[in-house]
Design a protein around this ligand. Structure first.
Ligand SMILES: O=C(NCCO)c1cc(-c2ccc(F)cc2)cc(O)c1O
Ligand SMILES: [Mg+2]
Length: 214
């Protein structure tokens, strides 16, 4: 039967990356996406911006919305201090299955909790189910029309504290106009745009970094 693109990406990781070496997993996926098949990972150019934000925040608790195949999950987790954790939500079961195996190959299973399901369902349950207090960093990379409602939901559920950082992918392409409008005009956030390019292309895209002011 026909394989899927995420399954072919996983095969590229198994064939080209060293088990237990997150950087080699990231490199193998970028190589696959440049040389074989485009895929919607954050990629290396925007990935470097993500890396710099993660190292600046040095978060103890991270929430990622939209795992896809786990590329950014691995990138973030490989930079976390000991005992720091990342919870990542993925709606698509096939993508989640591939992500679990890519995360395992990178040897980062202890730092990462992957939850299958919709962000709208799970965000209200994170405190009671996983004993989460607040998140130091939230990486938004899921359905673009969910960035705004889920941000409001995180506020309502008390998952953000003064100083929590939101980092949003794809604010230009595919674009998240309602989210940008809200976050850039809300007195409760201070935002900064990092201009870059859509993964593996020359099309403009960028990341929006926002600090929650409480
Ligand atoms: O939908 C996305 N993510 C949520 C599902 O996992 C997504 C899409 C694209 C993209 C696709 C098609 C195109 F033509 C341009 C951009 C890029 C991304 O970085 C993304 O995160
Ligand atoms: Mg993205």
């Amino acid at each position: 039967t026909q394989s899927t693109r995420p399954q072919r990406m996983l095969a590229a990781v198994h064939n080209n990356a060293t088990r237990g070496d997150p950087r080699s997993v990231v490199k193998a996926i970028d190589q696959f996406c440049r040389q074989k098949e485009w895929a919607m990972n954050i990629g290396d150019e925007k990935g470097c911006i993500l890396d710099s934000v993660v190292s600046e925040v040095n978060p103890a608790m991270v929430l990622e919305l939209g795992t896809y195949c786990g590329y950014s999950t691995v990138r973030i987790a490989s930079q976390l201090p000991p005992h720091a954790k990342i919870i990542t939500l993925e709606f698509n079961p096939q993508n989640a299955a591939v992500a679990r195996q890519i995360i395992a190959w990178a040897g980062l299973g202890e730092k990462i909790k992957l939850i299958e399901g919709s962000s709208g369902d799970w965000i209200p349950k994170l405190k009671e189910q996983f004993g989460v207090d607040t998140f130091d960093l939230v990486f938004l990379d899921h359905w673009k029309d969910r960035y705004l409602p889920d941000t409001k939901l995180m506020e309502e559920c008390g998952l953000l504290r003064k100083g929590s950082i939101l980092l949003a992918d794809n604010v230009i392409c595919p674009g998240t106009p309602e989210y940008l409008e809200y976050i850039r005009n809300s007195p409760r956030y201070k935002s900064q745009y990092f201009k870059s390019h859509l993964e593996y292309t020359r099309v403009e895209d960028g990341l929006e970094k926002s600090i929650f002011l409480g």
